[in-house]
Structures are given as structure tokens and as C-alpha cells.
Ligand binder design. Sequence first.
Ligand code: SF4
Length: 451
Amino acid sequence: MLAAMPPPATLPVPTGAASVRDRGDACPGTLRLHRADDGALARIRIPGGVLSAAQADVVRELAERLGDGELHLTSRGNVQLRGLRPDCGGELASRLGESGLLPSERHERVRNIVASPLSGLDGLGRRDIRPWLATLDELVCASDLTTELSGRFLFALDDGRGDVDALGADVTLLTPADGDAALRIGQAGTVLRIPDEHAPRAALIAAETFLDTARGSGVWRVAELRADGGVLLDQVVRRLRQAGIPATRTPGPVRPARSAAPSPGIVDGPYGTVALSVGVPLGRVGAEQWRALTRAARQREDGGGELRLTPWRGVVVPGVERARAAETLDALEAAGLITGVRSPWAGVGACIGRPGCAKSLADVRAGATAALGPVGTLPVYWSGCERRCGHPRGSWVDVVAAPDGYRVSLVRDGERHAPQPVPDSPAALAAAVAGARGGLDERRPAPCPGT
Ligand code: SF4
């Protein structure tokens, strides 16, 4: 535990650390609502995206009673409530606190932890990361220092399949093939091998060391430190050793260029039950869809059940009886959720756009719906302005609203190709997007729409 550590040394701000901002972190939470054009917005942090069925009921009830009736999934597996009354903060906090979704008011915006959503369910990961998840969340909530983290700082727990390692977190725990755990800091290729039992504490110490290193610089994320990445790594090694945790530098696994969302459908597991994986069109789950998901979750024999929200705006329902899996998946499809890769909604995302965001130049969700085309190889993401909130990582098709229509471009492994102007016409947009995404059955790389 942190209390056993020597007092933290004050570390120098590394030479060259970027002074990237001088304003406070305005990330919304549940105690600090964001005022949007469609009402107040609350972001509920859900570590690992794991919600019990009872907690899922509470969130739905709050969305229906206080907000616009929908659950808006984020690219970190969190939930946003939108269209809230400005005076609902007290009631919101009280209900979330009673349900266990607000374990520490001081830490409510910093519990940003993504985790491999199929861990322990399909037999493909190297470990079940759930014990790490619970321990890391407790440690973050027990630390005074972590209250200083930005709401954008991200932890990732990867069970060895590389899915959330690709998300570019600030601190990532990895599961090497030959045992123990590895700690990746930012994008560093060198990782620190640490004993498995110390992994969550090592992740906490890495975050606390970052805070001390970056203090006063206006830097919120590890990638914003322009100084030699080795400076932070050296400091973390020193702090780990002070805490009695052996750490050995070693070349890390190559960070996957693309994160791999669970495919929609039935996920076979080793223990007689299966999981169901579904996508959510444009990341918005209506109350009836949410009820269908919690009904599926409650099929578990003990009557409990849970939902796992994924960083790809999908939902995994573990513990479904194998004999009832197909019928349950059909019910989720009938509710309008994405249950197979051939759904035209598969891989289509959008920011909130108009009317919810004043910065937006268009109603991008309506635009994406009108221009829905054939299934593509690459994901496509529609943004109302150049900020591209919540866009995917790796390779994807970027559709951004412009004053005279849209700009469509291909982003290949993070590198954006020249944008192609496309008029605000569903047919023209559908053709441009389909060309850029590439057909699902094509083996050639998707062409760049700008060339
Ligand atoms: S990308 Fe622009 S329009 Fe969309 S939510 Fe973000 S700020 Fe608003």
C-alpha cells in the first residue's frame, strides 16, 4: 500500500516538458456537470466498463427520469447522461453513491481504467485481469495524490491479447507470455517487468511519479512530456525499488497499431456458458435496449449478472446459458443492437454533433444515418468539427463537417491522408465513405479518398 512507501521525493520537471496549457481540467464528471446545448451532461466513470445489472438499472432510471432517456457510451467504456436538468446534481450524486458507482467523490473523475472486455470469458487472454481491476481502482481511490490527475489520464489493463494496449493509455499493465506482469508507461517500447502480485500497485506508483514529474508544467498526459521518455522511466524504477518492488527493463511487445474490438455475436467460453457481444449504433443505447441487455445479463443462475461496456462503444454480456444464447442474441438484434459484423452499423461512429454541441457544424448523427452504406473493412467516424472527440485510433475513415459539406479522409496507422471535399448529400457521402472503408470481403488495402 502507499502508506508503506517512503515519502515521495520531489522530482524536477524535466527539461523540455511541454507547458501545454494554463487552464484547469474541465473534464466533466458526475459532480461537475458540463453545460451542453442539449442540457447538462454527466460522465460516469466505470472502471473496466463493468456494471452490475443492479447498477445498470440505476443508470437507466437516472437517464429516463433526469436526462434524455439514453445512455451514451464513450470511447473509454464510460457512460454519459445528456439532457439533464441543471439542478439535478444532488440527486444524481446521491443515487450513484448508493449504488456503488461513486466510491470516492474526490476521485470520481480520475477512475479512468480500460480493461480487456473479454478477459476470462473466451480463453484467449493469458489471465483474467479482473483482480487487477478491482485492486487498482481501490488503490487509486485511496491515494491523495491521484486526486491531482487529469480526467484524461488513462490506465489500461491488457490480458495479453493487445486490445487495450493499442489504446495509447498513460499507464498500461501487460501480461507477458512467460509470466509475471509488465508495466508500459506512455508509448515507451521498453517496459518494466514486475512480479504479478505487485502489478496494480506498480501502476499506481507510475501515475504518482508522473504527477510529481509533471507538476507545474501544465501537462496532463504522459505523451505530452516532451522530455526524454527515459527520465520518467528512470524515476518510476527508482520509486518502485523504494517501495520494494523489483523492476527490470526489457523490450516490450510491439504495441498493436489497431485496437481490436470484440466481434459482435456469440463468444464461446470454456466453462459451459457463453458471452454475447453487441455493438451500439452511434454509441447511444435507448432505455428499452438497455432493459434488453440487463434481462440478458440476469440469465445467470445466481440472478446477478453484469454488463461490460467496451472502449469501442459495445457491450459484452457474460454468463449466458449456451442453450439460450442464439435466442437471446436474436432478442438483442430485435432491440436494434448490432449482433453481427454484417450489420450496416458495424464500425460506424459519430460524436454528439448538433444539436448537443455548439461547436458542431452539422447534425453528424443524422448525416451518418442518412449515408449508411455497405459494411466496410475500416471503421468510419463522423465529427461535427476538427476536434474529433472520441475518434478511433489506428486506421479509420475520418468524416468531418465543414462549412460547405464534409471532408473525408483516410487515417492509416495514425497518419491522415489528404482530405476529399464531399458535398452534404447522402448519396455522395455514402459513395465516398464506402470507397474509403473498403469492402468487408476485399483483401486489398482501402484506397485513400484523397488520391
Ligand atoms: S468533435 Fe466537435 S462537434 Fe463533435 S462533440 Fe467534439 S467539439 Fe462537439
